[in-house]
Design a protein around this ligand. Sequence first.
Ligand SMILES: [Zn+2]
Length: 254
Amino acid sequence: MKIKYIDVHSHMSEKIFDKDRDKILKECEKMGIFVINCGGTKESNKDSLKLLKYKNVNINLGVYPIQTTEMSDKEFFDELKFIENNKDKIVGIGEVGLDFYWIQDDVKRQLEIERFKEIIWLANKLRLPLNVHTRAAEAETIAILSKMVHTPTILHSFGGKTKLGKLAAAEGFYISIPPNIIINKARQKLAKEIPIEYLLTETDAPYMGPTRDRNDPRNIPLVIEKIAEIKKMDVEEVRKQILKNAGDIFNLKI
Ligand SMILES: [Zn+2]
């Protein structure tokens, strides 16, 4: 398969795709779209691994930030062990991160931070890139990562202020842009300001679509076109640079 596009963050293992997952992923293969599928719970991590049967899918395993606050020590560290045991099957660790939008209790936020740090240690140890969620916690997330992380890091669907996005790129972190850039003005501004060398494309499927409908990786070319329009760049140039960025992060043979 000749890879033309990359979706660095999707959840094609979710039940909402049970009826047509196979059709979608095969169409993606024809379109040259390579998909990184992210887990985030005990169940979705197992389901993600099943997608390895597709030639155009690679896997990230993780523990979703809200989840980390609901797990006992044993459950959390058992899941990290599961990730480590599968290290040869995966190309990154995610979805992980910090969410202060849904977690507002201070004690729980502290636990969320501690567990995020444990996950960063694991990524450093395994030398795997991080696929990070941050919501209403952008400054904290960037500060922690800047101090600790030694592997390539993606801030997925970054919804923070443009200033923070620029700070993240200056620290060497990548910002991935989902298809809702078509309708979201803040995200358009972000894509304009971040250098193309630090941009990626994703879908966060089934979320973050160009409309309210279910989103899937076949929408990636739309994101490339929109970024090219916003940055007044050639579509081909944007496509190639973003593919190169992803190839560097995940060691993909492109
Ligand atoms: Zn996600």
